[in-house]
Design a protein around this ligand. Structure first.
Ligand code: G4P
Length: 193
């Protein structure tokens, strides 16, 4: 998606060879016009795939996910990050360890917001090691539903996320694919959408 690549080139900052800072339009200040265009782009690709719900992981996935859900005319579900296990029967949980941030949390879904007939589209802002998306897919499986696809805003192609998700049989579609990060350098390879 050229609009997103242009925004990353203009405002993104490579903090290291692995971390891209995008606080001024995704992670802190949110550009709603860009998010709406992202939503439309995902919806154009997924509109004939029978998506019934869009799932995302709090917090930075919420903006693009809600615009995607609105464009598809379906609800959006936020998978919550809880610090500890909830010992009641009405939630599905799975433990996630973030390699980038060195943190760990219980990704949580209330079982009333998924049913076996659901066809789920997962949307998230970054694909690094695929931990978050793998966790989201675990919760979808616990709910007995199907994953239609995984839509990503920024994929870091030099990390193992895509391979890990494709090895599990999921289709990944990324709007921007970053192939190299270094001081003052952000390089892209061809995006999916
Ligand atoms: P993974 O899910 O692909 O394995 O990623 P990882 O655990 O390594 O990353 C965990 C968190 O760090 C996620 O945010 C992810 O979006 C973010 N992240 C990963 N790589 C980058 C990067 O290069 N730049 C930025 N800005 N973020 C990155 P999170 O903890 O879920 O936070 P948030 O959604 O509340 O923002």
């Amino acid at each position: 998606m050229k609009l997103l690549e242009d925004k990353i080139s203009a405002e993104g900052k490579a903090l290291s060879e692995t971390v891209l800072k995008v606080d001024s339009f995704i992670n802190h200040l949110v550009d709603p016009v860009l998010m709406q265009e992202i939503g439309k782009t995902f919806a154009a690709y997924y509109k004939y795939k029978g998506v019934t719900k869009v799932f995302t992981i709090e917090s930075s996935g919420i903006a693009p996910a809600v615009y995607t859900a609105a464009a598809l005319g379906v609800p959006m579900v936020i998978l919550k990050k809880q610090t500890s296990k909830i010992l009641s029967g009405n939630v599905y949980q799975t433990n996630i360890t973030s390699f980038t941030k060195g943190t760990s949390y219980e990704l949580t879904l209330n079982s009333q917001y998924i049913c076996p007939e659901d066809r789920i589209l997962i949307i998230d802002d970054f694909l690094a090691n695929g931990e978050a998306a793998t966790g989201a897919s675990t919760l979808v499986k616990k709910g007995g539903a199907e994953i239609v696809g995984i839509g990503i805003l920024i994929e870091k192609v030099f990390q193992r996320g895509r391979k890990r998700l494709e090895d599990q049989g999921y289709e990944v579609r990324s709007l921007a694919r970053v192939s190299k990060l270094a001081k003052g350098i952000i390089q892209f390879t061809e995006a999916d959408l």
